[in-house]
Design a protein around this ligand. Structure first.
Ligand SMILES: NC(=O)c1ccc[n+]([C@@H]2O[C@H](COP(=O)([O-])OP(=O)(O)OC[C@H]3O[C@@H](n4cnc5c(N)ncnc54)[C@H](O)[C@@H]3O)[C@@H](O)[C@H]2O)c1
Length: 481
């Protein structure tokens, strides 16, 4: 009799375990059929716990391992999921024969290395957005997924809004509102000061900080906000995160690119902004515009972390959206105000169409794990790489810029479609928050040309140097995957 490999078995057997309704404990303990996909969650202080919730009850999926560098979090979680393997070091997890797939929700600077190591070890991967910390390593992830024929899903869950956002994308593509003039992403999301430390903060003993830093330099943290010196606020430091552009913004960046139908990076990018309205430990801008100059229509992204005005609770809105995408077309616009739906509006703003509905994004991942077809994924790693990289190239332009007075900025951007108006609205928003642009000044980024084929900037060595990081041994993303 011909014997089936475990992979073939996963693919060909019918689903036999219906885990719906299981408690957390029984979900991990259940003996499970041989066809179960055995999953490990990596990093779960916050978003990884959402992964656990979204996978629980999916038929034929079983939690077999947990991995976190915070021993206290690991012990607490392991008590809820009795019987699972526990690891602090992902390299030990990857040696396990008890794991088919990883669901990764570590900080961003670990995503690429964890994913590449995992596919090399024969595992499929669901990895959070942004998939990468820099452009180069994102492309390495795509190469590794293809080379080892592994299924790698990006955690941009809007892509699983098949009855909602996808229908809106198709409707716009069919020309129902005419040509797209601007694809606009908005991330108007309150981000408070994280406070100011007077010196390096002490890392709690329960965190293996060498592992936490991984590919990044091993430096004592200089932050100690409400999440402490290690967790969450890393988003606002370049060594680990990419600001709100690559945090919340990547979701809307991805949807905007989806509407444009662009399958490569933009040939020209410019960004401007600043960390304005308060002084704290963080490095990334809380107010930013990114102009991705695609040939057909620009993708303009706006980040605002400050409220409508000083001491206000509400955030600004633009055409009805705060954390949203607005596809401005000749005949009206489409608003995507969330992860699950969209509305179309005529030129007067009247709603003329509405779509809604979303699948479980992890369920879509497991469908592809069974079929072995990356084409079954709603958010294949290539999509994740491209949209994450749009955030990175924007940040590179921003970081290479210089502080300028508003008049100089207006002069520099005057010929770019839609940018002067976007800057004008940003200036009004900052003024309402008491920011004086003449004295506080905004960083005007460098306009950069980019070759989408080679994924390199043209004519700027400094910018090219920022497409990749210096990795700290032994946490090195390989040149040759
Ligand atoms: N898709 C979404 O809607 C969504 C929402 C929130 C966060 N996220 C993404 O999820 C990721 C995590 O965000 P968060 O807010 O939970 O961050 P967090 O800092 O609160 O939690 C990260 C966890 O990972 C652990 N960790 C760090 N390095 C590790 C390693 N090498 N191995 C194992 N565990 C490690 C930490 O100890 C912590 O428990 C980020 O990339 C973020 O962008 C996605």
């Amino acid at each position: 009799m011909k014997t089936l490999s475990r992979r073939q078995f996963l693919r060909t057997t019918a689903l036999t375990t219906v885990a719906a309704g299981l408690s957390a404990r029984s979900w991990s303990q259940v003996a499970g059929a041989n066809s179960d996909i055995r999953v490990a969650v990596v990093g779960f202080r916050s978003q990884g716990s959402s992964h656990l919730a979204s996978m629980k009850g999916l038929p034929g999926v079983r939690l077999t391992a947990l991995c976190d560098v915070d021993a206290q979090l690991l012990a607490e979680k392991a008590r809820q999921y009795e019987g699972v393997e526990t690891h602090t070091d992902i390299r030990k997890l990857l040696e396990s024969k008890n794991v088919d797939a990883l669901s990764i929700a570590t900080p961003n600077h670990w995503h690429a290395l964890a994913t590449i190591w995992a596919v090399q070890a024969g595992k499929d991967v669901y990895v959070e957005k942004p998939v990468s910390h820099n452009v180069w390593e994102g492309r390495q992830m795509v190469a590794a997924a293809r080379k080892y024929s592994k299924i790698v899903q990006t955690g941009t869950q809007s892509r699983s809004s098949q009855q909602g956002i996808r229908q809106a994308v198709e409707w716009v593509k069919a020309g129902n509102l005419g040509k797209i003039n601007i694809a606009r992403g908005l991330c108007y999301k309150r981000r408070d000061s994280i406070g100011k430390t007077t010196g390096p903060a002490t890392v709690p003993a329960n965190v293996d900080y060498d592992l936490w830093c991984g590919p990044a330099p091993l430096e004592q943290p200089r932050r100690n906000g409400k999440f402490g010196p290690v967790h969450y606020d890393w988003h606002w430091f370049w060594a680990y995160g990419s600001g709100d552009l690559g945090n919340q913004g990547i979701h809307q960046m991805d949807i905007a690119r989806w509407f444009l139908g662009e399958n490569q990076l933009a040939p020209r990018v410019l960004s401007l902004g600043g960390r304005l309205g308060y002084t704290d430990d963080a490095e990334t801008p809380n107010t930013q515009i990114v102009y991705q100059e695609y040939a057909a229509a620009p993708l303009i992204f706006e980040v605002r972390g400050l409220p409508q005005k000083t001491d206000a609770k509400d955030m600004d809105k633009y055409k009805g959206g705060s954390v949203a995408v607005i596809i401005e077309c000749e005949g009206g616009y489409v608003l995507v105000p969330n992860y699950t739906g969209a509305t179309a509006h005529d030129k007067d703003g009247k709603e003329i169409m509405k779509w809604s509905g979303a699948e479980n994004h992890h369920a879509n991942f497991f469908k592809a794990v069974r079929s072995r077809k990356p084409g079954d994924l709603n958010a294949d790693i290539l999509e994740g790489h491209l949209s994450s990289a749009l955030c990175h190239t924007g940040n590179i332009s921003y970081r290479l810029g210089a502080l300028k007075a508003p008049e100089e900025i207006k002069e520099a951007i005057k010929n770019q479609q839609g940018l002067d108006d976007t800057f004008g609205r940003m200036a009004e928003h900052l003024a309402a928050n008491g920011v004086k642009l003449e004295t506080d000044k905004i960083r005007l980024g460098l306009p950069l040309n980019f070759d989408p084929k080679t994924e390199q900037f043209t004519g700027n060595t400094a910018a090219n140097g920022m497409l990749k990081r210096t990795y700290r041994a032994p946490f090195i993303v390989p040149e040759k995957v």
